[in-house]
Design a protein around this ligand. Sequence first.
Ligand code: PMP
Length: 407
Amino acid sequence: LSPIDIQRVRQDFPILDQLVNGKPLVYLDNAATNQKPVSVLNALAHYYEHDNANIHRGIHTLAERATHDFELTRQKVQSFLNAQHVEEVIFTYGTTDGINLVAQTYGRKFLNEGDEIIISTLEHHSNIVPWQMLCEEKGCVLKVIPIDDNGDLLIDEYEKMLSERTKFVSVVHVSNALGTINPVKTIVDLAHRVGAVVLIDGAQASSHITLDVQALDCDFYVFSAHKLYGPTGMGVLYGKKALLDAMPPYRGGGEMIKEVTFEKTTYNELPYKFEAGTPNIADVIAVRTAIEYMESLGKENMAAYEGELLDYATAQLADVPGLRIVGQAKEKISVVSFVLDGIHHQDTGVILDQMGIAVRTGHHCTQPLMRRLGIAGTTRASFAVYNTKDEIDRLVQGIRRVQTMMA
Ligand code: PMP
């Protein structure tokens, strides 16, 4: 491991160098979306300044350049995930889009009445609602892995839920609301024992954990580029080739076809079968730069530094009277959620913003989890590689000020 040169890293993120409400910005909303290094901004500008063209169809030089760079990102993502085949990398619009794609194609074709789908209490709405929609349409049954009060999944209960009726398991890798890292390898192995197919929602994991979909042996893995220092509106669905081949296409349109007549259309091969229409070409191209940025720092180095920030923040916040940390899982990443006695999280967020401190407040798109924990919401601070202990000190001072003002 080599230490992160934090001053140099912060220079890579020009957005951080600004005053918000007269105070230096402290950006602690990284689980919602993190900021983009200047190399990613340059990649976007470079594409539009030099290479902008539609991909795959053109024979002119710009179209060839754009296509080449677009496909380079696919190769980069293949190695980022350690996927066996490059065509197992499908570009989507984000995590939500990837989960809907699988629910609407794999789910509609292969799941039937009475089949059981297992999710967990920790899921983001985007890994709940698509399965509920499928259950409504197909008569499948949705089951939910419970948690303990620390925010750890009850794996024994999960094991008991599995049976030959279990056809699909869709679980989050890292909880966006609590930071829990789930034992996804165990979850996958247990599901495979009963022949179920597994999707892992990697939205929060992808920028913090080194991924290896072959070692994990998951059937699908999804994430969003905007949570790994890349642009919004772009994401990835990884799927095992045999499964993707067996699935019907999702959206119909250009790019995803082999031949169209008014009588019948035949579909393109992977990955294009799932990529109808003109994609976010510039954003896809810039994702390669985002991954290269993380590689230049070293993902293990980033994780070690972010772990230090999490430990420091947890210790500092635990010392604040009237503050309770929500979610104390055995393994956590980069997220501290908390509630303040007698103070609504929305007031906390508004007052912190007055001090230039950006946090997320509310249910974090995990309403069922909040209900299970018996709270309406939390205030969440979430860290990225450019955050500092100094900023955590400012957060703690800010929280004390909130408590004084609301007393
Ligand atoms: N799952 C998790 C765990 C998330 O944190 C998020 C984003 N907050 C999503 C899914 C949805 O991601 P997106 O909005 O980029 O589709």
